[in-house]
Design a protein around this ligand. Sequence first.
Ligand code: HEC
Length: 114
Amino acid sequence: MVRAFSLLFLLGVMVGCKSIAPPTPLADLNAQQMHGHAVYQAHCAQCHYDRKDAALHGPALIGMFKKPYLSSGAPANDERVTATIVHGRNLMPAQGSTLDPQDLDDLLAYLHSL
Ligand code: HEC
């Protein structure tokens, strides 16, 4: 009974996720997105999952630009996400001084592939 229930739940989750396209496979990233992925690994991966829908220290970033809102309820757009990265947010440290504009651009391109 419990098992049938979890199976149903899992099915619901899978069906629910189907409405959002999966991230672009790493092997299919273009050069800019690949550099953005390296920036992500160096600056974001310790606190956020990018390809798994689970929270780490911060919310999962999978599909972040495919949904209308970020976990805070702020609109999921480049301006808002850039501001979060540059200035930080609550427990998320500001990264404005460690990322140059090119890194930031490439990181955004990678985040859009999720
Ligand atoms: C030290 C851990 C840490 C690092 C490193 C970190 N974050 Fe976060 N991030 C968080 C936490 C915690 C939150 C939740 C903040 C809140 O809303 O209270 C968050 C929130 C966010 C949000 C959601 C903002 C919103 O309005 O809901 C985005 C997008 C985000 N981070 C992207 C990134 C990116 C991109 C990087 C890499 C440049 C990064 N984070 C690096 C901890 C981190």
